[in-house]
Design a protein around this ligand. Structure first.
Ligand SMILES: Nc1nc2c(c(=O)[nH]1)N[C@H]1C(S)=C(S)[C@@H](COP(=O)(O)O)O[C@H]1N2
Ligand SMILES: [Mo]
Length: 258
């Protein structure tokens, strides 16, 4: 967590600098005595300052074949324990479908074969986990933008929410389903893909079979594994803890830009 917190402080610092030159209303942040809302405003500033500092189509660094890590460590869930998931693995995921719905003109259900027929993208990138490890891997999958474009976004669409097949850790409030969300800038970024292969082989269960998100400018926890459904929404406030992701509901930042 330490490098993450340090970065966060740096970014809040840069937001404060932008405030000092009149781009944001930092005085309001300083005067607000409610700690939680100060933190939330700081996070909004972090998002805004990163969006100002990082052009929206800037690419994450890509590496060469020689840089690929000999082992790519799995993290979080490495085997979803539901019966539904077990049944899908037995059939080589032939019964699995990715649902895309919500604020779209044409909701779709795509099989793995459907996805593999679409134009693909392969990228060798570094995955950074907040727990302090990184690994370089070669991911192949379908860019998310064109899929959303063909589904047709409805007015009001702001976020893509990713629902996963696993319950990472159920807490007292009954929540535990892994989920994530990104805004449409990241959804339409060139390197945002729905990946079905790692290092030239179909994804292993440990890495999120049959399909996982790669959203390369973000930290590891944004890269949702075991995708079942993508819902386009105008807000994620009604979902579980309301913060837009499993780890966000437990205190991590929603905007996990690297
Ligand atoms: N569905 C789901 N997605 C997940 C997780 C998880 O537990 N469940 N863990 C996240 C975290 S913290 C990391 S670092 C990466 C790990 O991906 P890997 O297992 O392929 O290394 O997946 C992310 N996506
Ligand atoms: Mo992670």
């Amino acid at each position: 967590m330490t490098p993450f917190l340090t970065r966060r402080r740096l970014l809040v610092g840069s937001a404060a600098t932008l405030g000092a030159i009149g781009l944001t209303g930092c005085d309001d942040v300083v005067q607000n005595s409610n700690v939680q809302s100060v933190l939330e405003m700081a996070e909004q500033l972090t998002i805004r300052s990163q969006r100002l500092l990082v052009p929206k189509d800037k690419l994450a660094r890509e590496f060469s074949e020689a840089d690929i890590s000999p082992t790519f460590r799995p993290n979080g869930t490495s085997q979803p324990d539901s019966e539904d998931y077990a049944r899908m693995t037995e059939n080589g995921f032939s019964g699995w479908r990715l649902k895309i719905d919500g604020l779209v003109e044409r909701p779709v259900e795509l099989s793995l074969a459907d996805l593999k027929k679409l134009p693909s993208r392969t990228q060798i990138t570094r995955h950074d986990c907040v727990e302090g490890w990184s690994a370089i891997g070669k991911w192949t999958g379908v860019p998310l933008g064109p899929i959303l474009q063909s589904a047709g976004l409805k007015p009001g669409a702001r976020y893509a929410v990713f629902y996963c097949a696993d319950e990472l850790e159920q807490t007292l409030d009954g929540s535990g389903t892994y989920y994530e969300s990104i805004d449409l800038i990241d959804a339409f970024h060139q390197q945002t893909i729905l990946a079905y292969a790692l290092n030239g082989k179909n994804l292993e269960v440990a890495h999120g079979a049959p399909l996982r998100l790669r959203v390369e400018r973000h930290l590891g926890y944004k890269h949702a594994k075991y995708l079942m459904r993508i819902e386009i929404k105008d807000t994620f406030s009604g979902l579980w803890g309301g913060k837009g992701g499993f780890w966000e509901d437990r205190g991590y930042e929603w905007y996990a830009g690297i």
